[in-house]
Design a protein around this ligand. Structure first.
Ligand SMILES: *Cc1c(COP(=O)(O)O)cnc(C)c1O
Length: 473
């Protein structure tokens, strides 16, 4: 392909992209292909000689697209969203075109300096303490791993990096509702899953601070070092908010690192009326939020904040001769702020989004989504055949269908499983499920960049109608 051909193809693709986004709603939101069916249409070996781009693109449309779930579809109300937006897509096109590898300041000074700026804009917009310093990482899973590793190194005078564990025993704490990435990170960081203490939650699925304090004391009595508490600002099942100030007080007394996992719900801190979720933030050592979930910024883009950047950098800093530059003492080399050496230019899309929406534009979007969530809460609470299974402070609503004359828990679960698979097969709406206090729960999150009130009403109408049809069958 030469430059003229690239230009022609690129114009065509941009037209296709705009058409795709304008007509998304005509497609089933969740892919309905059977396992293995896409692979079957792809040759087992790659092509020996180059193919025409028109053929490649035709296969993209005919083979790949039917096997895609459309995350930017406004009826995508499953999991948590992975939202994009027009400005974010434009920035991703530029990032791909520049193709820069932003491991150190010298390998692209603008990327490093822009990253510093946008993460501090975001820190201020979220109302995080102003002594926090930030870095963009790929995912919250990685950021939480960084928190565990920095906590581990700070607590041991940076010894484990050099000598290994040498029999030292640590404990890490999160609630029973915490995200699975935490256990994965605990394993990767070398603590072993058995070092993770899952603290019980209250009726609202938030961590019980008293139980945390007792667990920490029991560990100390056993000669185990309490290392890090990971509090959830918005759990994945139901956006439960752990009491950060109460947990922070315990962490301060016990000299334990406090990491706040706000991967999804952290975006709601853009709204002053939701700042209570973080409390004073005084005792927080590190904080993670994913603009790639609810803040209109293409996956991947995770903002990770630390109060003590020195501990972070000392944990990860490693300087082989071939990476040394003349300016190392004057600049930030973000390769030392995390796990990867090579880094994408992720700050660009966040900058495009923040400038294109402005703070007030993002606030308006989040407020709208929360309103939809609260409309759903009211609708379910006033419905004779549905019940809500958890508080819904934002826009993640967990509920279940209560078919008439069914009292048995197992039968209710079977009915709800059936309801969910019917809805998922229908293609107009994508929702998923979770389990709360042992109960099977349907889970609906109206938080897609393009979602409007009418979509949420249509989603609810479909759920109701499907339940009615199942009851009649
Ligand atoms: C989504 C989520 C994660 C994981 O996010 P990744 O960026 O995919 O690693 C972690 N914690 C919570 C609370 C989440 O909702």
């Amino acid at each position: 392909m030469d430059n003229d051909e690239f230009r022609r193809q690129a114009h065509e693709l941009v037209d296709w992209m705009a058409d795709y986004l304008a007509t998304l709603e005509e497609r089933p939101v969740k892919s309905r292909v059977e396992p293995g069916s896409i692979a079957e249409m792809l040759p087992e070996a790659g092509p020996e000689s180059g193919e025409d781009m028109n053929d490649v693109f035709a296969d993209f449309r005919e083979i790949i697209l039917p096997g895609m779930t459309h995350w930017q579809h406004p009826m995508f109300m499953a999991y948590f969203p992975a939202n994009s937006s027009y400005p974010s897509v434009l920035a991703e096109m530029l990032t791909a075109t520049l193709g820069a590898q932003c491991m150190s300041w010298e390998t692209s000074p603008a990327a490093a300096e822009l990253e510093g700026r946008v993460v501090s804009w975001l820190r201020d917009w979220l109302g995080l303490p102003d002594d926090f310093e930030g870095v963009i990482q790929d995912t919250a899973s990685t950021a939480t791993l960084c928190a565990l590793l920095s906590a581990r190194e700070r607590a041991t005078g940076f010894k484990i990096n050099e000598q290994g564990f040498e029999g030292r025993r640590f404990a890490i704490y999160c609630s029973t509702e915490a995200h699975s990435s935490i256990e994965k990170d605990v394993r990767i960081a070398g603590f072993g899953s058995s070092a993770l203490r899952k603290i019980p939650v209250d009726d609202d699925f938030a961590m019980r601070p008293r139980a945390l304090a007792e667990c920490i004391e029991a560990d100390r009595a056993e000669g185990v070092t309490p290392l890090c508490v990971i509090a959830a600002l918005g759990t994945t099942s139901s956006t439960a908010i752990d009491p950060i100030d109460a947990i922070g007080e315990i962490c301060r007394e016990q000299d334990v690192w406090l990491h706040v996992d706000a991967a999804y719900a952290g975006t709601a801190l853009l709204l002053p009326e939701f700042r209570w979720m973080l409390g004073s933030g005084e005792s927080v050592d590190s904080f993670v939020v994913n603009p790639h979930k609810w803040m209109a910024t293409n996956f991947d883009c995770t903002a990770y904040y630390v109060r003590d950047a020195e501990s972070l950098v000392r944990t990860f800093d490693i300087q082989p001769e071939y990476l040394r530059t003349r300016v190392d003492t004057q600049v930030r080399n973000y390769r030392d702020w995390g796990i990867q050496l090579g880094r994408r230019f992720r700050a660009l899309k966040l900058w495009f989004v923040m400038r294109s929406f402005g703070r007030s534009g993002l606030q308006a979007m989040i407020r709208r989504h929360i309103e939809y969530g609260q409309w759903l809460v009211d609708t379910i609470d006033n419905h004779p055949s549905f019940e809500r299974l958890a508080p819904a402070p934002l826009n993640c609503v967990c509920f279940r269908w209560l078919p008439a004359n069914t009292k048995d828990e197992a039968a209710i679960e079977r009915a709800n499983r059936k309801l969910l698979s019917q809805i998922q097969d229908d293609g107009r709406l994508y929702i998923t499920h979770t389990r709360l206090a042992g109960r099977y729960a349907l889970r609906l999150v109206p938080g897609q960049t393009r979602v409007e009130r009418g979509h949420v009403e249509a989603a609810w109408a479909l759920i109701e109608e499907t339940a009615r049809d199942l009851a009649a069958a």
